[in-house]
Design a protein around this ligand. Sequence first.
Ligand SMILES: O=C(O)CCC(=O)C(=O)O
Ligand SMILES: [Mn+2]
Length: 207
Amino acid sequence: MAEIEPGARLCSGYFDEAAQIALLRELEKAIARAPLFTPTMPRTGRPFSVRMTNCGPLGWVSDRARGYRYQDRHPETGEPWPPIPPVLLAAWEALADYPHPPQACLVNFYGREARMSLHQDRDEADFSAPILSVSLGADCRFRLGGGKRADSSRVFVLSSGDVMTLGGPARLRFHGVDRLLPELAPKLASPLFAEGGRINLTLRRVT
Ligand SMILES: O=C(O)CCC(=O)C(=O)O
Ligand SMILES: [Mn+2]
């Protein structure tokens, strides 16, 4: 576990290949119940380049009419989100240093061209809990900025099995994904990665 910036910790290879494959099987089941959807930006209605779904009591969603928010139902099926896979709860317990379990697990699916622009995670009522983020699949260029959008930023490569936590002084730092890197490593066998891509799982306390 390396502290890459105050409050930002990177645990490279936290999940070994067997654990990554077990987690992927759980995600295949979760996505069968709660299909990936394409969120849209508040006001403009512009589609995100990532597709998303969630696990847990609450899920993060966004659309033109109602903007960024958490809700307890899938926006398209109207069903509750599937439970957070136990291996992710165990990772939270081991790494989050927080006395309560996560309430939301956002699942971001990045196709080869997807990216995520610089943003803060600030739709949660309580910033005392960290964000815990797990990478699966293709490597990406992850950008970590400062507390203001214009602050300088640094790029880190996140690889399959890596876990990053943003807590304390890093909890509200801007961050984003510039792009995926060409896949040199063998792909994880999963129908989800038939055309490559990356999955990011973000565990959060919400209320
Ligand atoms: O994909 C990532 O590594 C970051 C995802 C993220 O920042 C988010 O979902 O808020
Ligand atoms: Mn984020």
